[in-house]
Ligand binder design. Structure first.
Ligand code: BGC
Length: 737
């Protein structure tokens, strides 16, 4: 029973602006005209394929029957070619209208071959490699019948407590936007209808990364400026070509993402003119009641349709409720038609209406990932994702003439832990553990003693004794520490983001053996690891490096490759400093020293981070000159060249990464102290100098005005360049629009 009064009240609450209708072809219009109201509502329903230990993936008899009746628009959790193919055959050959289905899966950082976690990919600062990784992931997923992926996750994270930080690009909206475009291109290619393209469904639209307390499924009650400047830019960057968007679970301005007309209609449709399908996150319509905005499936479905949602993942509320709602005048028939039109238009854009089996044909011979170079690509990207946080006394790279290497800790020899979370079918990818990687790279002449621990947060007396004995004997010691893979990802937020349990104490004891020791830290977020940072001479951030992680690590630790990754997120000293991102607003009383009184300081710790945004060392050192500006002013249509000299002051050839930060120094509103806006790499031999030049344009320091308009007023602009946000030198020009 639909409680009419309650429902009308709900709908009045979300009195939404009408979006620009998605224009559809004559073929789509003709299909739409033939559909019953039930078929229309069914077309908006994305169901989960069934799974049981005995049968693995399958379609239940009931699901097949609903599919035959035209009540399903797509299936989620597809990872078996024969099941996907069967679903498509039923949809095309056994339904009244023969409309093909979408076949979805979360391809988050690889499918068979697992690449580093997205936060690690962001640390690689290599757009071409990330795009290539997504192409490989798409090709592998295609083999199992996947034609749409719930990826990439574009949520900006300024809170490392949030477990899903691991799935994103870190804290810079600018860098997140560059990566977003590369990743969507990697999945979709330039031609979404191509037989090897898969549709991307970037997620989670609506400031999911701003969830309070770093908790999943809650509220992101931030200002519209923060929404527009810090959280939406990656989505905006792909709005013109992403096939789909997934709405966030969390509320923004007290309205849950799946039914939020301000975001789904006004911003996405009206301002960005996106024609993408908007999908709810898993079961989101069912969560509306717990959010306190719906009182059952009918009101949830009505809110969803009115709010701007086109596909309902997993609840079937659209399919079961919308026909009666539309007939009763409690949901708009025009909205229903418009949603179906959008879904059919996507299927047409994907080429599914022309040849629903083209992708199956194109992926008949999947080939061996090794021969296809997929493993080599994963190894190369893993190598680039590592960030050398500390290297006192040049402990790294280890000398190659070692005879014995000890690898100690919970991550010493566990291949599947290398993969992280959301691993697709990567469990079958023969991942390489740290010990196995060391053995493969160092060869049979070197003894590799692995001392794995059974637990992540504890160590037995016997394990510790074995570890210390191994360290004593070794010429080089690798401390393989960090979080377990399951400690980041969805619903894996932490209140304490230091190394788990006793790991810091174990590390201290091992370092005290006095052997050349490097800590390799696995995690899905920056860790507030003050103790390890004080104790370990060298620290290499490995994130979760994927299938080829062990090999890539061995190569970097022993100097066959240089660490060139940089932190895409600021590392706090302690949880209490969060948020501590580089693009914070200034204080009226900045903390210039510590301890200090009556300044913006904590009394128990400095305000500075443990490691700044952009931090990362290599195996040599560099000196940066102050920035040199080509002119003192810039106008609205102009551009300004800014250069620095970088000199290799160390003893090895190496690659520096110069980073550009901007600040509107004086403006009508207070602006962030630094905004990361570019990077350039230069490889130099010892003693060599090179010039790095950036081009600054007004869009790089424009900020949100109103609607979708970004602009900068006249004023002085600080240009900061250096090897990280924490070590910049500044020059200034005047913007005269
Ligand atoms: C997650 C999404 C994911 C979906 C389907 C949800 O719980 O929030 O990111 O795409 O499940 O796996």
């Amino acid at each position: 029973m639909i409680r009419r009064a309650v429902l009308l009240a709900f709908l009045a609450l979300v009195a939404q602006p009408r979006d620009a209708a998605v224009a559809a072809s004559a073929r789509v219009e003709a299909l739409l005209a033939r559909m019953t109201i039930e078929e229309k509502a069914g077309q908006l329903s994305f169901e989960t394929a069934d799974w049981s230990p005995a049968r693995d993936l399958y379609l239940s008899d009931e699901a097949e029957e609903r599919l035959r009746q035209g009540l399903i628009g797509g299936f989620f959790n597809m990872h078996e070619r024969h099941v996907a193919r069967r679903a498509q055959e039923i949809a095309v050959r056994e339904t009244r209208l023969g409309i093909p289905v979408l076949l979805g899966y979360d391809v988050v950082h690889g499918y068979h071959t697992v690449f580093p976690m997205p936060i690690g990919q962001a640390a690689a600062f290599d757009l071409a490699a990330v795009e290539a990784a997504e192409r490989i992931a798409a090709l592998e997923a295609l083999g199992d019948g996947v034609n749409i992926t719930f990826s990439p996750m574009l949520d900006n994270s300024r809170d490392p407590r949030w477990g899903r930080t691991a799935e994103g690009a870190g804290e810079s909206a600018w860098w997140g936007a560059q990566l977003a475009a590369a990743r969507v291109r990697g999945f979709q290619t330039a031609d979404l209808a191509g037989p090897t393209a898969i549709a991307a469904c970037p997620k989670h639209l609506g400031a999911n990364g701003a969830s309070k307390g770093g908790l999943d499924y809650t509220s992101a009650e931030i200002t519209e400026r923060e929404l527009r400047e810090a959280h939406l830019p990656p989505f905006r960057a792909v709005a013109g070509f992403a096939a789909c968007f997934m709405a966030a679970f969390n509320t923004y301005d007290s309205v849950p993402g799946a039914v939020n007309p301000f975001i789904l209609r006004r911003i996405l449709r009206e301002e960005w003119r996106s024609t993408a399908v908007v999908m709810s996150d898993f079961g989101a319509l069912d969560e509306l009641e717990r959010h306190g905005v719906a009182d059952g499936p009918a009101s949830a479905a009505a809110l969803g349709l009115a709010g701007g949602l086109q596909m309902d993942m997993a609840t079937r509320f659209f399919a079961t409720e919308l026909p009666a709602l539309v007939r009763a005048g409690l949901a708009s028939g025009a909205d229903l038609d418009s949603a179906v039109r959008t879904v059919l238009a996507l299927k047409e854009r994907m080429g599914l209406l022309d040849d629903p089996f083209a992708r199956f044909a194109a992926s008949e011979e999947p080939g061996n990932p090794e021969r296809l170079g997929h493993r080599a690509a994963a190894e190369a990207l893993a190598e680039r994702s590592f960030v050398l946080l500390k290297n006192a006394g040049d402990v790294l790279p280890f000398a190659r003439d070692v005879r014995t290497v000890a690898v100690i800790g919970p991550h010493a020899d566990d291949p599947t832990e290398m993969l992280g979370t959301w691993i697709g079918r990567g469990i079958f990818s023969k991942p390489v553990s740290v010990a196995a990687g060391l053995r493969a790279v160092l060869g049979p002449g070197v003894e590799v003693i692995a001392v794995p621990f059974a637990a992540f947060d504890a160590v037995s007396d016997a394990e510790l004794e074995t570890a210390l004995a191994a360290a004593r004997r070794a010429d080089a010691v690798v401390l393989a520490v960090g979080e377990a893979a399951a400690m980041s990802g969805e619903a894996a937020s932490r209140t304490d983001i230091d190394l788990p349990g006793v790991q810091s104490s174990v590390a201290r004891a091992v370092v005290a053996m006095g052997r050349p020791t490097a800590a390799v830290v696995f995690s899905g977020r920056p860790l507030a690891m003050e103790r390890l940072s004080a104790d370990a001479p060298a620290i290499l951030m490995a994130w979760f490096p994927g299938t080829m992680g062990g090999t890539a690590l061995a190569r970097v630790l022993f100097g066959l490759a240089e660490p060139t990754g940089r932190m895409p997120m600021t590392t706090p000293r302690a949880v209490g400093q969060i948020p501590v991102h580089h693009d914070r607003l200034p204080s009226g009383r900045p903390a210039v020293k510590w301890p200090d009184i009556y300044s913006s300081n904590y009394i128990d710790r400095p305000t500075t981070p443990l490691y700044p945004f952009g931090h990362g060392l290599g195996y040599t050192s560099f000196a940066f000159s102050p920035p040199r500006l080509a002119a003192g002013t810039l106008d609205a249509s102009g551009s300004l060249a800014v250069s620095v000299e970088v000199r290799n002051t160390g003893a090895r050839t190496g690659t520096a990464m110069a980073q550009l930060y901007l600040r509107n120094r004086v403006a009508p509103i207070s602006r962030p102290m630094q905004m990361f806006r570019g990077f350039r790499r230069v490889t130099l031999v010892p003693g060599e100098s090179g010039t790095v030049t950036f081009t600054v344009t007004p869009d790089m320091f424009a900020y949100w005005q109103e609607g979708d308009r970004f602009a900068a007023p006249a004023g002085p602009i600080d240009v900061m360049i250096g090897p990280s946000a924490g070590e910049v030198q500044t020059a200034q020009f005047r913007y005269v629009p």
